[in-house]
Design a protein around this ligand. Structure first.
Ligand code: HEM
Length: 147
């Protein structure tokens, strides 16, 4: 998808992963993290930013698989994303997609929906939810690249 607007750079530095506890991965395990991210992509596909993601189930599953590998590492697991796809460089990888503040809010809403019952569904440790959400809020601001 070609960009129609110039690249916008947020007036912030990339946030560190500091608030995400590495105890999350051992509690959840790989399978539950991938399942949580698949559910997240299901919500994204039905959201107001659904057009940004693959329209077919197979394509969407492939996208969720990539993101799942990233979240396995972020939550304290092995560096699956780096092993499979190379250095994360997340802001750079998102530059081809026009992400404005409204798109960020919708992305966060979808993640929020998934996290609402993540403790029961995916064994996400309740005490670490707040730090994870804090990270998502900050890191997603770094992904905004359009006014
Ligand atoms: C701010 C709102 C965001 C929007 C609208 C957005 C949207 C997208 C889209 C459309 C893609 C391409 C389809 C795909 O491969 O999934 C993508 C890729 C990806 N996103 Fe985001 N994203 C956002 C923020 C984030 C954040 C905060 C993270 C991590 C914490 C993240 C992690 C990823 C990963 C790991 C990929 C796969 C990259 C690749 O290897 O190609 N995204 N995102």
């Amino acid at each position: 998808m070609a960009r129609s607007k110039p690249i916008h750079t947020p007036l912030i530095t990339p946030p560190p992963n500091g608030s995400v506890s590495t105890e999350i991965f051992p509690a959840m395990g790989e399978e539950a993290i991938f399942r949580m991210i698949r559910d997240f992509y299901g919500k994204l596909s039905e959201s107001s930013i659904g057009h940004m993601f693959a329209a077919d189930a197979e394509g969407l599953a492939a996208e969720a698989e990539k993101s799942g590998a990233f979240f396995v590492f972020l939550l304290g697991g092995p560096p699956l994303y780096q092993q499979r796809y190379g250095p994360p460089r997340m802001r750079q990888r998102h530059l081809a997609i026009e992400i404005d503040e409204a798109a960020r809010q919708e992305w966060l809403r979808c993640f929020g929906d998934v996290l609402e019952d993540a403790t029961e569904r995916y064994n996400f440790p309740a005490e670490h939810l707040e730090g994870f959400i804090e990270f998502l809020v900050k890191f997603s601001a770094w992904m905004v690249n359009a006014e």
